[in-house]
Design a protein. Structure first.
Length: 287
């Protein structure tokens, strides 16, 4: 069955190619996001030896190697892949070039939200993991750049009488948890946090997005030149905090394990050893 092409994958690659010489401008933000994701890695007692870094943009692989984990990096963009150091390769997340059970850790830091077939990609990543291997990912979730999306839509409607899609759709947290289960991961967990960004110059928001390779790659994106007044007026409409333009990244974190016989499993119904009434004892009734 053919999948709906929400994103123009050729445009995604070109945007990341063009961003590669500029990505250092957004490195602090990308590194902060990577550190937040890898905090979850530090919470486990597992020791990993061979990791796959998906779309790390030169900030994730060094952090993994600093933890003593060998790392292969892959990016849709050859230029962006080269920033990660050897070994690295250019490859498509929708058609992974790895054999089953190649890695015991896969980490994707804000790298899978331009994928058309995300369920299929997650299944491939799970198969690339060895039994009891860990998958860690972050994704911009519903609510990310919400004020910028609203400002662009309202401003364009006022200027032209209509509005074009200029910011990607994002999944909500429930979608993320369901995707992990659908892909066959064991012990799936999805949680989210809001990261507030303040900019003295609102144009810096757009510069950071461009430097990170995050410009519009929707298949139905507008191809013409936008009205000259659109961006200045939309950016001026953003909310402020402490005199700075404010935008929010709502980041969803996804954690799942490749199934293994050694993992804890829920008991079958009726096999419990403790009676609930005995456990509650004289506890007061629920109110």
């Amino acid at each position: 069955m053919a999948h709906i092409q929400v994103f123009d994958r050729h445009a995604v690659r070109l945007h990341r190619d063009r961003a590669a010489p500029l990505v250092s401008q957004a490195a602090d933000l990308l590194r902060d996001l990577a550190d937040r994701l890898l905090d979850r890695l530090d919470d486990t007692t597992h020791r990993f030896t061979q990791a796959l870094d998906i779309g790390g943009r030169g900030v994730l692989a060094p952090s993994l190697r600093a933890r003593g984990i060998s790392c292969v990096s892959m990016d849709l963009s050859p230029r962006m892949a080269a920033l990660n150091g050897f070994p690295c390769l250019a490859g498509d997340e929708e058609y992974l070039p790895f054999a089953p059970e190649s890695f015991d850790l896969v980490v994707a830091n804000c790298a899978l939200h331009w994928v058309n077939d995300l369920p299929g990609t997650l299944i491939q990543l799970r198969r690339a993991l060895r039994p009891d291997g860990l998958f860690l990912a972050s994704l911009p979730a519903l609510g990310t750049l919400g004020t910028l999306r609203a400002a662009l839509t309202e401003t364009e409607a006022a200027l032209t009488g209509g509005a074009s899609p200029r910011i990607s759709p994002f999944p909500d947290l429930r979608d993320c948890a369901a995707l992990l289960q659908r892909a066959g991961f064991a012990l799936p967990v999805a949680d989210a946090e809001d990261i507030t960004l303040l900019y003295a110059d609102p144009l810096a928001i757009l510069r950071d997005l461009r430097a990170a390779g995050e410009t519009n790659a929707l298949a139905q994106r507008p191809r013409g030149i936008p009205p000259r007044a659109l961006l200045p007026a939309a950016l001026a409409a953003l909310p402020t905090q402490d005199g700075r333009s404010k935008t929010v990244l709502r980041v969803a974190y996804m954690t799942g394990w490749a199934p293994a016989e050694t993992q804890p499993k829920p008991l079958k119904p009726g096999t419990g050893q403790i009676n609930l009434n005995d456990a509650l004892g004289d506890a007061p009734p629920f109110r």
